[in-house]
Design a protein around this ligand. Sequence first.
Ligand SMILES: Nc1nc(=O)c2c([nH]1)NC[C@@H]1CN(c3ccc(C(=O)N[C@@H](CCC(=O)O)C(=O)O)cc3)CN21
Ligand SMILES: CC(C)C(=O)C(=O)O
Ligand SMILES: [Mg+2]
Length: 272
Amino acid sequence: MSTVKKEYKRVTVKSLVDMKKNGEKISMLTAYDYSMAKIVDSANVDVILVGDSASNVMAGHETTLPITLDQMIYHATSVIRAVQRALVVVDIPFGSYQSDPKEALRSAIRIMKESGAHAVKLEGGEEIKESVKRILNAGIPVMGHLGLTPQSIYKFGTYTVRAKEEQEAEKLIQDAKLLEKLGCFSIVLEKIPAELTKKVSESISIPTIGIGGGKHADGQVLVIHDLLGMTHEFNPRFLRRYMNLYEDMGNAISQYVNDVKNRDFPNDQEQY
Ligand SMILES: Nc1nc(=O)c2c([nH]1)NC[C@@H]1CN(c3ccc(C(=O)N[C@@H](CCC(=O)O)C(=O)O)cc3)CN21
Ligand SMILES: CC(C)C(=O)C(=O)O
Ligand SMILES: [Mg+2]
């Protein structure tokens, strides 16, 4: 009898750029823990993002601002233990890269060293240029993030569509070109007009990953809890739900409560 070990061809930073070249769309989802990452990875998702959206969906904060570097590393470490195929990217959280490029590099190094992740993601363009350079110089792959950047929500005040005006759109295009020139391997485009996503995607050779960026992005990303319907009060237009887990889980748990109350669980077979 032989045990056949399944061979996984790992997704790399280079394979993502090749996918764009070959016209193959890239799938990306978030995960924050071992069990979920196992399922996401087994379903052949190309990129797993340990997003700072963990601040919302894991910790229950209103924004992504409170989550700490230590907490991000904890989530990333759990995810990495589960993943055999996907490229794992980790958000550098608010406050651990904005004050100076050396701090940015230190944060990126801690993420890579302590979690075993494959790349980091930072929000912004021109403003964080020196930090991106330093991190890339250390050999750490960087994913950019432009458009709606939730870490600067208080600067904008709302989660409305970004870069609808000519001037902001032009800055976004310049930022995308800059990130490519610096050496980023990919850029997330969040909540911008579909036509702008098209323009950006055609202007650079690294893949764009959209969330609320429309069909022209080279890939798509969603928060896993949104896709599964666990965040039933979050209803942006860009979200497609594939399940209604909030309801289904609620029903399953209610049945369990009933079974315990009614002395139905455990039964004779479910005890020793
Ligand atoms: N569960 C979850 N999903 C996400 O996609 C997500 C997070 N959390 N947390 C971090 C950021 C924040 N993101 C957001 C937040 C809000 C909207 C949004 O469209 N909100 C409103 C519209 C607000 C407005 O137009 O003023 C909505 O329609 O729900 C989109 C992306 C994306 N990220
Ligand atoms: C929504 C994605 C792109 C993200 O940054 C996150 O989940 O934190
Ligand atoms: Mg994020």
